[in-house]
Design a protein around this ligand. Structure first.
Ligand code: FMN
Length: 170
């Protein structure tokens, strides 16, 4: 798909059918995360794929934003393997994992797979529920699947500020 179409087609899907995400599409999505850039190329991300009935059932109880996606990715990062920028106290974990997540969401759109970034969860609760190692911090969950019949972008998908409001040429 043309990149401009990928950008245009992506939206946050908030109701899924039970059609599974094909394995080759899931692999392409995960691969897009694998090649994402990270500070100092540390690649501190860890992506968990939730697909079993047991894992999804568990996830149902961890967020109010459960829209029935048959695949959920948990994007975490190793907090002991982040880059601390010398010029500040900022570390790279959240931004690196966000880039990985964004790559995967755009790859999903490219594959015709619908998605939604879900942050309305307690990262510590999620990490505990899935037994993640203590050094891993959960950034977000990503729903993957196919929109249920009659579901499409919410009205706010088309509502974006003008460039002049968010861009300043200096
Ligand atoms: C960082 C981030 C966190 C989000 N968290 C949630 C969430 O917890 N639940 C939800 O339903 N949507 C969530 N969304 C989706 C946003 O609501 C959605 O992207 C925004 O309203 C714009 O709509 P669009 O993605 O269809 O263009 C999140 C999006 C981002 C980028």
């Amino acid at each position: 798909m043309e990149f401009t179409d990928v950008i245009k087609n992506r939206y946050s899907c908030k109701r899924y059918s039970d059609r599974a995400v094909e394995e080759d599409k899931l692999t392409a999505i995960l691969e897009a995360g694998r090649v994402a850039p990270t500070a100092k190329n540390l690649q501190e991300q860890h992506v968990y794929v939730l697909q079993s009935a047991e894992a999804l059932e568990k996830f149902n109880g961890l967020t109010p934003c459960r829209y029935g996606a048959p695949t959920v990715l948990l994007v975490a990062f190793d907090s002991e393997n982040v880059y601390t920028y010398p010029s500040s106290e900022r570390t790279s974990g959240v931004e690196d994992a966000s880039i990985v997540a964004t790559h995967m969401i755009l790859a999903a759109a490219n594959e015709g797979v619908d998605s939604c970034w879900v942050n309305r969860l307690n990262p510590d609760e999620v990490a505990k529920a899935f037994g993640l190692p203590g050094n891993e911090v959960v950034l977000c969950a990503i729903d993957l699947g196919y929109a249920a019949e009659g579901t499409g972008p919410l009205p706010n998908h088309a509502s974006r500020k003008e460039l002049a409001e968010t861009v300043t040429r200096l």
